[in-house]
Design a binder for this molecule. Structure first.
Ligand code: FPP
Length: 284
């Protein structure tokens, strides 16, 4: 397994006033330069030093419905096209030596969609697992799932567990799929476990620090995302990796998820590469 992202010294976690440095760019909307281009995976971005590549890219895949509506197609067609974009995205991540990729496939709030769409998404997920897992395994992808995925029922749960077991030893890319995931629910769950441990005398509340809290999150064994991408032009996190994204660079792409190509992944890496990451600190 690749080394986890080095942790910051505790005193650098808080923001400090920073007058000398240029204004940071909190986020950047990157126009889609590439409409539909051939689905070839480009090599690493020219001029992008390997050390500047993010270790962990997390993506809010948005715009399936609008993609379908623009074509007067049912939403399911958008989700199907979105599943194909997932394939391209994984290949692009591997081509760029990204070691951790997290995809927001279904939020806690998505249960509020019409039952028909929830069923469509559940069946699509099952189909994806069955048709893709062998290929993912061949490519060295380790699959992980976060979120309350048991809500999808015992069949999907068993398939997800089998897929995670099959790919557990792979090291090329760790793909985390967030299913029935909500950042606030995850934080509350961690707080509850910590409170229970404290009540049982297994944890000293005064000794709890950020690293100790993070060990109770579903991402305990995953480095924080360096880069969070959202497609479709919307500029919000929508309850995705709230704790983990504290210092992530945010890139909002003006492309609907089903149109996402390797070139968009490269655009986002280039935007990441232009950022100066200081984690609230500044050189002495
Ligand atoms: C957001 O688009 C997308 C989703 C809620 C589902 C994401 C699912 C996929 C990409 C396909 C399946 C994924 C896997 C991992 C097999 P939206 O429906 O909110 O689009 P809209 O905002 O345009 O309506």
């Amino acid at each position: 397994m690749p080394d986890p992202q080095p942790k910051l010294p505790a005193d650098l976690h808080g923001e400090r006033p920073d007058r000398a440095a240029p204004e940071p760019v909190p986020f950047e909307r990157v126009p889609a330069k590439h409409d539909r281009v051939a689905g070839q995976v480009a090599g690493p971005v020219a001029g992008l030093a390997a050390s500047r590549n993010p270790d962990h890219v997390a993506i809010i895949m948005d715009g399936n419905g609008r993609w379908a509506a623009a074509r007067r197609m049912p939403r399911l067609a958008g989700h199907r096209a979105g599943a194909q974009a997932v394939r391209r995205c994984i290949k692009a991540a591997i081509a760029h030596d990204v070691r951790w990729l997290t995809l927001y496939a279904f939020s806690s709030e998505n249960w509020g969609r019409p039952a028909e769409e929830v069923t469509d998404l559940t069946l699509l997920l099952r189909h994806y697992l069955r048709s893709e897992i062998a290929e993912l395994h061949r490519e060295g992808v380790r699959l992980r799932v976060i979120g309350e995925h048991a809500r999808f029922g015992p069949e999907i749960r068993a398939e997800l567990e089998a897929a995670q077991l099959l790919t557990a030893g792979n090291v090329t890319l760790t793909l985390t799929v967030a299913l029935s995931y909500g950042g606030r629910a995850e934080i509350v769950h961690a707080a509850r476990r910590i409170a229970e441990a404290a009540l049982a005398g297994r944890l000293d509340p005064a000794a709890l620090d950020e690293a100790g809290f993070a060990r109770h999150l579903s991402t305990a064994d995953v480095p924080d995302p360096d880069l969070v991408i959202r497609t479709s032009g919307e500029c919000r996190l929508s309850n995705f990796l709230l704790w983990q994204s504290a210092y992530a660079e945010l890139v909002f792409l003006d492309v609907l998820w089903p149109d996402f190509e390797a070139t968009h992944f490269a655009d986002a890496l280039q935007a990441f590469n232009r950022r100066e990451r200081r984690f609230g600190a500044r050189p002495g």
